[in-house]
Design a protein around this ligand. Sequence first.
Ligand code: KIV
Length: 272
Amino acid sequence: MSTAKKDYKRVTVKSLTEMKSNGEKISMLTAYDYTMAKIVDHAKVDVILVGDSASNVMAGHETTLPITLDQMIYHASSVIRAVNRALVVVDLPFGSYQSDPKEALRSAIRIMKESGGHAVKLEGGREIKESIKRILHAGIPVMGHLGLTPQSIYKFGTYTVRAKEEEEAKKLKEDALFLEKIGCFAIVLEKVPAQLAQEVAESLTIPIIGIGAGGQVDGQVLVTHDMLGMTHEFHPRFLRRYLDMYTMMTDAFKNYVSDVKSKDFPNKEEQY
Ligand code: KIV
């Protein structure tokens, strides 16, 4: 089933560059807790992202803005305890890196020290260059994130496809080149035209991981709860659902209620 070209015992930032040069696509999924991370890692997903999408998926907020650095560290440390193989990348949350580079470095150091994460991800291009450079200088691997950047939702007003116009596409390409030049090890490209994403992936040596960016990039990322069909009210075009867990779980819970009410559970074998 797997088409991995090499059996990585432990995925590192170097493994990802190697995968790109070997033409092996990189798989990445989110996880925010121990149990889910254990399964995702067991399935040999290459990169686990402790995304600030935890703000939506785990906490029920409308946007990713409210999640705090302490909460991200809590999620990331739970994930780290589960993982043996995957590279674990942790999102720096909104407000923890935009105001000044020293604060960005402090936030990244807290993530690395307190959660044991392997790398951090920041949203944005040249406008946050000093923050990224400072984190990189401290020896912390940085993954960039361009295109749709959910932490800027109130600037754009919608979650629609980004960089459809020439000017925005040009800025995105320049930002991607810049992130590679200063030392980012990979870039997430979210919700941009497939042609543009392909051009970016072909012009860079670091891997481009797409979400809603077509198939001609170096890897794919999805929010695990979405691809499992747990979040059934969210159905963007790019999302492939591998299970309908909303229905499966609802059925299981209904069966449990029915078994309890009918006194079928527990039976003689299920008691002491
Ligand atoms: O927070 C997140 O889950 C992300 C992915 C959508 C890339 O940033």
